[in-house]
Design a protein around this ligand. Structure first.
Ligand SMILES: [Zn+2]
Length: 253
């Protein structure tokens, strides 16, 4: 069991390596397949031994072997995170289609969060096909009732849409884009409408905590441009992994 979990972690980290490529290349409309991995500074292609998830970053001490340019900390961070999530999902779902789609869903969230953090945009190219794909997968493979999934998409989109309109009305600024609306719709379709309270609650709490910390660290001027996608993703991922423990808690309320 432990050995399989370790294996799943390693495979997850390798997938994380591919997700890094997606985070960098999708917003620039570049191919995610070609060219193969190369240094973003000197453009030299990476040898296989410099392209091993997590291990290479440590061996290279975070710098390119050819030109010595610093490698972004995003690479090992995404690899480690993807590996941990893969292992955690495997412990919850075991060998099953549920595990496969839960991991695919998580991978989509990691790419979306990475792009949102770098560019303050949530790519429709992932969320729009993601809504029907993950809703269908949840109904077929995750035992989610069709109505729960459908209501998840509708309520997910509607709730954030109204929050966004309200936010803009109060502050006069556009705080949440259509990307967030699509993202929560995708989450609701995959996890069911019951998950939405948890997701929005966790996202808001995490958002407030990070917002306050950033203001304390950098002063009040930094209150702009904290993307909401990563916080929604933290909410959805925690629900995906700990949902069995969380749902009874909501039933009590
Ligand atoms: Zn280089």
């Amino acid at each position: 069991m432990t050995l399989i979990t370790l294996f799943i972690f390693i495979v997850g980290a390798a997938v994380g390596s591919f997700l890094n490529v997606c985070i960098y290349r999708l917003p620039e409309n570049k191919s995610i397949v070609l060219p193969s991995s190369h240094c973003l500074s000197c453009g030299k292609p990476l040898a296989w031994r410099d392209n091993i998830p997590l291990v290479s970053f440590i061996l290279l001490k975070g710098a390119c072997r050819q030109c010595g340019a610093k490698i972004s900390f995003q690479y090992p961070a995404v690899e480690l995170l993807t590996g941990i999530i893969a292992a955690a999902l495997f412990l919850v779902y075991g060998v099953s289609f549920s595990f496969l789609f839960a991991f695919l869903f998580s991978s989509a969230l990691i790419v979306i969060s990475g792009i949102d953090l770098r560019h303050q945009v949530i790519p429709h190219a992932i969320t729009l096909p993601g809504i029907p794909l993950f809703a269908a997968a949840a109904v077929v493979f995750m035992d989610l009732a069709v109505l729960d999934s459908f209501l998840g998409v509708m309520i997910g989109a509607a709730s954030l849409y109204f929050v966004a309109v309200y936010y803009e009305w109060i502050t006069g600024r556009e705080g949440m884009g259509g990307g967030d609306v699509n993202l929560l719709a995708m989450m609701g379709g995959f996890l069911g409408w019951q998950s939405l309270i948890h997701i929005v609650l966790v996202a808001s709490l995490a958002g407030v905590l990070v917002g306050i910390s950033m203001m304390a660290l950098k002063g009040k001027s930094s209150r702009h441009a904290i993307p909401f996608g990563p916080f929604l993703s933290v909410g959805a991922l925690s629900y995906l992994i700990f949902g069995d423990y969380i749902l009874p808690f909501f039933a009590v309320i």
